[in-house]
Design a protein around this ligand. Structure first.
Ligand code: BGC
Length: 626
C-alpha cells in the first residue's frame, strides 16, 4: 500500500518474564508474534499483501475539506465539534445546529436504547430520522451516528453477539478477529450506525476493574495486533471507506488513550479502579499505554477517545503532551480525538488537542442545554485558538470524507443476525475456550455421554453475553437469536434432567453482567457460592465434573480439585454452540490465556511485573489441548 501512515513502533514491549524473551519491537508491521510466546497467529490482510500502512486523507478529501472549512462560520465549526445524545429533543437541533455526530451512549439516560424497541428495523428507522434532519441543514456535512459496538452490533436485539474482547484475545487469531469486527461493522451499517466507540486498546493490570473483558489481554504487543485487526475489520482493509462498498464506511474510535489499562485506585467516582489514577513514568506509559495504538494508526484508524483518567495527578483530557505532541505529532495520528463522557473542561481540552466533545456539561442541565453551552464556549474561544479549531474541524471532515459518509445509506436490516455471521461467531467462541485443567482426559465428551448441564450460567443468555448487550449494564435476555450452553449441549447429545441420571455434570459458573465502574469489585471472589456447591454435589455423587467459567475477568476458582476439567469460557455471546464444539471434540482447543489468572485477591493487581515475582494460578499464554 505504501504511503506514510503513522510512524513509530511498538518498541520494548512484551510481558516480562512470561516464559520467553520480551517481545521484539516492531516498526510498520504487525507480522510476527507477541511477547512471551503468546503472540497472535495468522495475519491481517492488506489488500496488496504488503505491510499495513494506510496513507490518508486522500488529496480529493483534503481539497473538499478545505473548501467546506472556508464556508463555515466559527459557530458552525463549534457545532461540528460536539456530539449530541440522540434524544428526540436533539433531533430538533440537528437541522438548525448541525452537530458533528449523534450517539446513543451507554451511561446516562439513553442507555444504548436509541429507538426504545431495539429491533434492527427500529434502529434503521431511528437513525434515519437523524440523517434526514442533517440533510436539511444549511451545510451539506454528513452526520456520524455512534454506538458502543463492543461485541457485535450489541444494540440490536437480533444481532449476532460476539465474544467479548478478552475471549477474542484468547484466540490469538488475527484473521478471525478481523472477520468478527467486519461482521460487527456490517450489522451496524445495516441499521445506520456508522461509528463505534471501540476497539478497546487498554492492556489491563488490575482485574478488579469492571472493564477487563473489553481488553484483548495483558501483553502489549499481542493487544496491539488485535486492535489493528479489529480496526481493519471494522473500517476496511485499506482504511476508512474501504470496507463496505456502496453504503459508506464505518469509523472506529479506539479507546481510552492513553494508559487506561495501567489505571488503579483511587477511583474518581468512588468505585475501585474506574476513572482512577495512572501512576507510571513516561517510558512505562509509552510501552503499555501508547504504543499499543501504533499498528491501529498504521491501519488508518479514524478516531481515538481520550481516557477520563488522571496520569500522575493530571487530567488526560487536558494533556497537551499526550494528545498533541505524542499522538498527533510524534505518531502522526490523522483522525480526530473525542473526549469520554462529560470529561474535561472545554477550553483547556480544545487547547490540549481534543477535537470533539461527548455529552459535555452534565449537572442539572438537560443534554441539549449542556451541549448548547459547550458549543457556545468553543465559538467564543479567543482568536488565538482559531487555528486549533480549524485543525479540529479539518480532522472531523477528513474522516467523514475518507469514510465515504456523504454516500452513506444503511444496508439491509434483514441481514442482521444472518447464519453466515453466526458461523463466524461460533468459530470465535470455540477458538476462545481456554482449557485450564483436564484431569484424566475428562474431555472431550463422547457423543453418547449422559450430560446434566447446571449452574447459574447454564441457560442464561444474560450472563453469557455480559455488559454492553442491548443495555449498557447488559440485558442478554432480550437477545432474540443464538443458543445458550445448555441448549447447545442438548443439540449434540440430549441432556438428562437431573444430576442423578447423568454420568457427566457440566456446571456453568458465572458472573452476572456489568459494565464500567458498576462492575468494579474489590474482590475477585465473584462466582456464586451455589455454583461451587453444585461442583461439590456432583463430585460427591461420583460423576465426571466439568466446570465452565463465564466471567468478565479472571475470578477466584478456589480449589481446582472440585472438578475434573476447568474451562475459561469468558463471555462468549450469543453462540453457545461454539462451547459445545469444544466439549464434544468437534474443535480441538487452541485458546491461550490473554490475561493472567490470579490465585487470590492479593494478586488482583499484577502491575506488569515479571512472572516469578508474580505467581498467578495460571499465566498469560497458558492453555491445554488434546
Ligand atoms: C465510557 C466510554 C463509552 C461512552 C459512551 C463512557 O462512560 O467510558 O467507553 O464509549 O461512555 O457510551
Amino acid at each position: 500500500m505504501g504511503g506514510t501512515g503513522a510512524t513509530g513502533s511498538v518498541a520494548g514491549s512484551g510481558v516480562p518474564g512470561s516464559g520467553a524473551a520480551a517481545g521484539s519491537g516492531q516498526s510498520g508491521s504487525v507480522a510476527g508474534s507477541g511477547a512471551g510466546g503468546t503472540g497472535a497467529s495468522g495475519s491481517v490482510s492488506a489488500t496488496d499483501g504488503g505491510t499495513v500502512n494506510v496513507n490518508w486523507p486522500s488529496q480529493a478529501c483534503q481539497t473538499q475539506t478545505a473548501a467546506m472549512l472556508a464556508k463555515m462560520s466559527k459557530m458552525q465549526k463549534a457545532q461540528q465539534m460536539v456530539m449530541l445524545e440522540s434524544t428526540q429533543a436533539a433531533l430538533g437541533m440537528v437541522s438548525s445546529n448541525l452537530p458533528g455526530a449523534v450517539f446513543a451512549g451507554g451511561s446516562g439516560g439513553s442507555n444504548m436504547d436509541g429507538p426504545g424497541n431495539q429491533s434492527a428495523g427500529s434502529w434503521a428507522a431511528f437513525t434515519g430520522q437523524f440523517r434526514s434532519a442533517a440533510a436539511g441543514a444549511a451545510l451539506q456535512i454528513p452526520l456520524l451516528y455512534g454506538l458502543d459496538v463492543v461485541h457485535g452490533n450489541n444494540g440490536a436485539t437480533n444481532a449476532v453477539i460476539m465474544p467479548q474482547n478478552h475471549g477474542l484475545g484468547a484466540t490469538h487469531d488475527l484473521a478471525l478477529v478481523q472477520a468478527v469486527y467486519n461482521v460487527a461493522a456490517q450489522e451496524s451499517l445495516a441499521v445506520g450506525i456508522n461509528w463505534t466507540f471501540g476497539p478497546f486498546s487498554g492492556v489491563v493490570w488490575d482485574y478488579r476493574w469492571g472493564r477487563v473483558y473489553e481488553s484483548f489481554g495483558g501483553d502489549p504487543v499481542a493487544v496491539s495486533q488485535m486492535v489493528q485487526a479489529a480496526v481493519l475489520g471494522f473500517q476496511g482493509p485499506n482504511g476508512l471507506g474501504s470496507g463496505s462498498a456502496g453504503v459508506g464506511g464505518a469509523v472506529a474510535c479506539s479507546k481510552h488513550f492513553a494508559g487506561d489499562g495501567q489505571m488503579g485506585p483511587p477511583s474518581a467516582t468512588g468505585v475501585v479502579v474506574d476513572r482512577g489514577q495512572i501512576n507510571v513514568d513516561t517510558p512505562t506509559m509509552m510501552t503499555w499505554g501508547v504504543n499499543p495504538y501504533i499498528p491501529a494508526l498504521q491501519a488508518g484508524l479514524g478516531c481515538i477517545m481520550v481516557s477520563d483518567a488522571h496520569w500522575n495527578g493530571a487530567s488526560i483530557t487536558e494533556d497537551k503532551q499526550l494528545i498533541t505532541m505524542i499522538l498527533k505529532g510524534q505518531l502522526g495520528f490523522k483522525g480526530f480525538v473525542i473526549t469520554d463522557w462529560n470529561a474535561g473542561n472545554t477550553g483547556p481540552a480544545v487547547g490540549a488537542g481534543v477535537d470533539m466533545f461527548m455529552h459535555p456539561g452534565g449537572g442539572n442541565l438537560s443534554p441539549e442545554q449542556a451541549e448548547s453551552n459547550t458549543i457556545n464556549i468553543i465559538a467564543n474561544l479567543p482568536a488565538g485558538m482559531d487555528s486549533r479549531i480549524d485543525d479540529a474541524v479539518t480532522r472531523i471532515l477528513n474522516v467523514k470524507c475518507q469514510a465515504g459518509q456523504a454516500a452513506f445509506a444503511p444496508g439491509d436490516p434483514s441481514t442482521v443476525g444472518s447464519g453466515a455471521h453466526r458461523a463466524i461467531a461460533r468459530k470465535a467462541v470455540a477458538e476462545s475456550m481456554v482449557v485450564l485443567q483436564n484431569t484424566g482426559n475428562a474431555l472431550p465428551l463422547g457423543a453418547t455421554a449422559k450430560v446434566f448441564v447446571t449452574g447459574s450460567g447454564a441457560n442464561s443468555m444474560r450472563n453469557q453475553c455480559g455488559g454492553w448487550t442491548i443495555t449498557w449494564q447488559g440485558n442478554g435476555d432480550r437477545v432474540t437469536g443464538g443458543t445458550t450452553i445448555q441448549a447447545a449441549v442438548n443439540k449434540v447429545s440430549p441432556t438428562v434432567g437431573s444430576m442423578a441420571a447423568a454420568d457427566t455434570v457440566v456446571v456453568v459458573l458465572s458472573e452476572p453482567p456489568y459494565a464500567e465502574g458498576a462492575g468494579d469489585s474489590a474482590t475477585l471472589d465473584t462466582l456464586p457460592a451455589g455454583d461451587f456447591t453444585l461442583l461439590d454435589q456432583a463430585k460427591a455423587a461420583g460423576k465426571k465434573v466439568v466446570a465452565i467459567v463465564m466471567s468478565g475477568r479472571p475470578v477466584l476458582l478456589h480449589d481446582l480439585t472440585k472438578a475434573d476439567a476447568w474451562i475459561a469460557a469468558w463471555l462468549p455471546g450469543s453462540e453457545g454452540d461454539g462451547v459445545a464444539d469444544i466439549l464434544f471434540g468437534k474443535v480441538k482447543p487452541t485458546g491461550k490465556l490473554p490475561h493472567h489468572w490470579p490465585a487470590s485477591d492479593a494478586q488482583a493487581r499484577w502491575g506488569g511485573v515479571a512472572v516469578g515475582s508474580y505467581m498467578p494460578m495460571f499465566k498469560i499464554g497458558d492453555g491445554l489441548t488434546w
